[in-house]
Design a protein around this ligand. Structure first.
Ligand code: FMN
Length: 201
């Protein structure tokens, strides 16, 4: 049976539009597929991931027997988040756009799960991602309209990062135009809802 990991990255916690779209998908998916376990990781509001600093990054590069107690805790925290990714067959990401990019806490989460020898390795043929055989669904909520245009650097970045750690089967659903007008918001949410129903079937 499938374990599903839902990652919320909205500063509005479970009330964020991206989290709500992720919730909608998880509910629809759960109805149609056997799901053993749903893990929810809120990286921005409920349990914000701290930004990487020299001590934190140093924890990853220091040999286990030489780590300080604080560094051991940092590694254990990162290991726990990577373990959730390893357990999951399906990963659902609620992705707000903030100032053209990903929420900074989501970047901090990425910084804690990109670990050489753990989630990717370097080979003579280049980097190889180690988190394979998983499906990722991304629910992107935006005030404006960017999907499919050169201004949407967020999609490219998220796709590249996930691919780097081995997550190559990634589907994006967009709810756009949420801040333009009530009509545009409604249309953006309706389009996303239709996509959600199609993907969860
Ligand atoms: C700090 C902040 C920055 C934002 N920057 C952008 C932006 O650059 N482009 C955009 O289309 N919408 C922007 N928005 C609108 C959000 O993308 C939109 O409200 C979306 O629903 C956020 O997802 P959430 O509700 O899950 O937090 C911004 C919103 C906030 C709060």
């Amino acid at each position: 049976m499938t374990t599903l990991l839902q990652i919320n990255a909205s500063l509005n916690n479970g009330n964020g539009q991206s989290s709500q779209l992720a919730n909608q998908f998880v509910a629809a998916f759960h109805q149609r597929h056997p799901v053993a376990k749903i893990i929810v990781r809120d990286v921005a509001a409920a349990d914000p991931v701290p930004h990487l600093d020299a001590e934190r990054f140093g924890a990853f590069t220091t040999k286990p027997e030489q780590r300080t107690a604080r560094q051991r805790a940092v590694v254990a925290y990162s290991d726990a988040m990577i373990d959730e990714l390893r357990q999951a067959k399906v990963i659902v990401l609620g992705l707000p756009m903030y100032n053209f990019g990903v929420p900074s806490q989501l970047k901090a989460y990425f910084d804690h799960i990109a670990r050489v020898g753990v989630t990717f390795s370097y080979t003579d043929k280049g980097p190889v991602g180690l988190l394979t055989g998983k499906k990722v669904y991304v629910f992107a909520a935006r005030g404006g309209l960017y999907a499919g245009t050169p201004m949407d650097t967020q999609t490219r970045y998220v796709r590249d990062f996930l691919g780097f750690i081995g997550l190559r089967d990634v589907e994006f659903v967009y709810a756009e135009g949420l801040a333009i007008s009530p009509e545009s918001r409604e249309a953006g949410l309706a389009k996303a809802a239709a996509e959600i129903a199609r993907l969860a079937a």
